[in-house]
Ligand binder design. Structure first.
Ligand code: E4P
Length: 217
């Protein structure tokens, strides 16, 4: 499973990128707002740092507007994935942009039928939002499973990008189901490394090592 980091915070992206843990980045208008940066400037910095796809989201509501904005965002760097919403206009824009060879991430997906349409429109990525479904007492992970089954039934090549991930358990469950990619906030990705028994075990080993009086270097 590929890991994308869901943020426009340059320092957080650099930290994870330096650890070699991320394969791409996703942003959205809320994350750009949170960064306090200009969308083109911050996206360019991210694209220069990270080798994989960097999703930058359009804000127009009509297909023509999305296509125009998408092509403008695409000028930032070759690794831009144009993000469009899962509406009929978004699907039209997706079909057009992927037809021209651009990567497209269809976002705000909340149902298997929406994901099926995105695959028909040739989306590179489909982004089902797990956490926001869970917030409504629905089952976000069940959606990932349904999309996996449907895409495998027909050999659709659209990659399932599990989004709106809120916990390390979400990462594990998405991986077990076979999501192609998961995008998560930096803190969630880092929390995957934590285990209380790792901390306890390390403490014990270091105490015993000190008693030996030895040094490795
Ligand atoms: C995905 O591309 C979105 O940016 C993101 O995962 C949304 O997550 P949220 O529901 O935590 O805002």
């Amino acid at each position: 499973m590929k890991f994308f980091v869901d943020t426009a915070d340059i320092d957080a992206i650099r930290e994870l990128n330096d650890l070699g843990l991320i394969d791409g980045v996703t942003t959205n208008p809320s994350l750009i707002m949170k960064s306090g940066r200009n969308i083109k400037e911050v996206t360019k910095e991210i694209c220069d740092m990270v080798d994989g796809p960097v999703s930058a989201e359009t804000v127009a509501l009509d297909a023509e507007g999305m296509i125009a904005e998408g092509l403008e965002l695409k000028k930032i760097a070759d690794n831009i994935a144009i993000k469009v919403p899962l509406t009929l206009d978004g699907l039209k824009a997706c079909k057009h942009l992927t037809g021209e060879g651009h990567m497209v991430n269809v976002t705000l997906c909340f149902s298997a039928n929406q994901a099926l349409l995105a695959a028909k429109a040739g989306a590179t990525f489909i982004s089902p939002f797990i956490g926001r479904l869970d917030d409504q007492n629905l089952d976000g992970m069940e959606l990932i499973q349904d999309i996996r089954t449907i895409y495998d039934n027909y050999g659709f090549e659209t990659q399932i990008l599990a989004a709106s991930i809120r916990s390390a358990n979400h990462m594990k469950d998405a991986a077990l189901i076979g999501a192609d990619v998961a995008t998560a906030p930096p803190a969630v990705i880092k929390s995957m490394a934590s285990h209380v028994l790792t901390d306890k075990g390390l403490e014990g080993f270091l105490k015993d090592w000190e008693k030996t009086g030895q040094k490795i270097l």
